[in-house]
Design a protein around this ligand. Sequence first.
Ligand code: FE2
Ligand code: FE2
Length: 161
Amino acid sequence: MVMERINRIVESQQYWDYLKMIEEHERNRVYCNHGFDHAITVARISYIYLLEQGHRFSREIVYASALLHDIGRWVQYENGEDHAIAGVRLAQDILADAGFSTAEIEQIVTGIREHRVHTGELASPLGNALALADDWARDCRNCKVQDTCHKFSLDMTKVNY
Ligand SMILES: [Fe+2]
Ligand SMILES: [Fe+2]
């Protein structure tokens, strides 16, 4: 099923400019990278998870939020601003250009803003799904830098989902 507006994001120059900047900043990073493969994996996992939980999100809303959730990473590398907050700002134009309405953009950026909230208590269902999928998208079991990764826990070596 073709998702027209999602493909507009994926074809946008702005999106790839940001991904390229992230790639350059992560060239010597020993921890996880934040390229397109991570974004699309988070999209697929979070959409399945939301379906299982009985939430009726539009697939485009979930994919847009997931594809853009780490887009602010390069800002964080450059000036220390939280990438979730920077991402909300950077996503606005990309989403408007792709044809999302103001109300849809508000939903999508809520997911981006909340993708680092892990307890579930403060996060919306979309933010919570992105936070979970963010971890499930990684192969922590075989990670060589577990010992020093701030996100790592033994639970992450188990197949949880
Ligand atoms: Fe992130
Ligand atoms: Fe992520």
